[in-house]
Design a protein around this ligand. Sequence first.
Ligand code: GTP
Length: 596
Amino acid sequence: TDPAVIRNFCIIAHIDHGKSTLADRMLQSTGVVQARDMRAQYLDRMDIERERGITIKSQAVRMPWEVDGVSYALNMIDTPGHVDFTYEVSRSLAACEGAILLVDAAQGIEAQTLANLYLAMENELTIIPVLNKIDLPAAQPEKYAAELANLIGVEPEDVLKVSGKTGQGVEELLDEIVKQLPAPQGVRDAPARAMIFDSVYDTYRGVVTYVRVVDGELKPRERIQMMSTHAQHELLEIGVSAPEPQPTKGLSVGEVGYLITGVKDVRQSRVGDTVTGNLNPAQESLGGYADPQPMVFAGLYPIDGSDYPVLRDALDKLKLNDAALSYEPETSAALGFGFRVGFLGLLHLEIVRERLEREFKLDLISTAPNVEYDVVTEDKSHLHVKNPSEFPSGKILEVHEPMVAATIIAPAEFIGAIMELNQQRRGIMGGMDYLSEERVEMRYRLPLAEIVYDYFDQLKSKTRGYASLNWQADGEQVADLVKVDILLQGEQVDAFSAITHKDKAYAYGTMMATKLRELIPRQQFEVPIQAAIGSRIIARENIRAIRKDVLAKCYGGDISRKRKLLEKQKEGKKRMKMVGRVEVPQEAFIAALSSD
Ligand code: GTP
């Protein structure tokens, strides 16, 4: 295809502003998907994506569109909208010349609208501002067109107005994509260079790698090279998604499509890497490539210990499709054998956990999520602590915690409530701007540990659901952090240890001790529950003793009934974990570790 008739674009939007719905409508308007084959969110292939209505993995699709008698090929690259997947967004943007900046006409600009816009501007993309959902009775297109125009420096009339739901304005938008976006530039005779912006594991085809060709041409059957690792593969198939895979005789300058090489692991075909030909390899790769870094860690343990091998295989399988997932085996005295798993954020954690439970039929306990600390010990060595129970007990020089730069957008009436919340979370305000008379953008620097748990829920409830949040990693800081241990009858329960700020240690200790007093049944002896920092006890509760004699209830009667009761008690014991001499029911661990 001649690059002059190619347009590569993506749609960027805040979550729920209607990106997938608009993408579906474009597939329909361009005729690549017939109305009768249309199912909601065609591009979101995973069931879990469709159910949750969110896009996790980006996908690309080629659509024909005619303007003034000329046939164009529009390549639409769908991008994930959630903050946990920003890394994938930025790779997708790098494969495009332009971006549709989509804003809900009833909501206006939100935090991820800005974050995505900034990413698009960094990639020097041409931006087409579009208001969506103009069919909604609550839509305020004039007001938000002004807001959007003001943000990117155009006239309010230049903001297109569409409805992905009814299809209004979508054909005009397709025309504007052709007219406003530049055609891809590249050197046809140069050695081939293609950027990987996605790779997906498929049970039948192995890894399917999505690429954007920048220079030269890639052809089927030729040998290719991954520039970061120099690994070589044969190109078994090359083609475009339209949206079903359609093999072609090659991909050249400006084209977007897929490659299949028969590799089985997405790590061999990494997002951000450059593909080149083996015979005439390019000298320079297409710029930065960084592994996505896990930010949040949690222990995952099978409730039934014999499921451990199933969990291991399940994680191996998920990893095939999720280069950002990392895990290593760990053991816990309280929970048995499991894994410490690293995630990009809490949503990522939830999704992985849900997939493990649903697709692999696993029942899991997860420990409270935590961040990674850099602990400097007295001999100046650095210890990277991903599991609170590994926090050293000896002398510590300092502890570094990861920080984030957060942007919050909300109606101005909530400024006070937002400032209060951020103060409680050890946040420092960096600045504040009014987007319009009634809406503000507030910028904070916060410890990541303070936002991984319930921060977003709190922010939503304090702003009646109106605030939106975006954050990104922003270095680290030295903080006064301690490890709080929980002891049952003097025995430490590793799964309950937490690293907290010194000022919050007491609150954590009391909360856990009270919770456990209610969850652990009485034993034949008194059980003290203590929270401790090192050897210093900071909170204490007692479970009083009982004499539990199940046979006493039988009044010496029927012997078979007695036997049944004894059997029952034995069964119950199987689901008990022993902590020292204390029997703790499995449910107590689950309940104590669940967030509320
Ligand atoms: P992510 O893929 O998770 O980023 O979400 P999204 O931006 O793709 O949003 P999605 O397309 O899933 O739409 C979110 C909600 O808005 C859904 O309930 C849609 O039915 C609704 N919606 C999308 N477009 C329109 C529209 O033009 N009009 C109306 N009334 N509703 C819309």
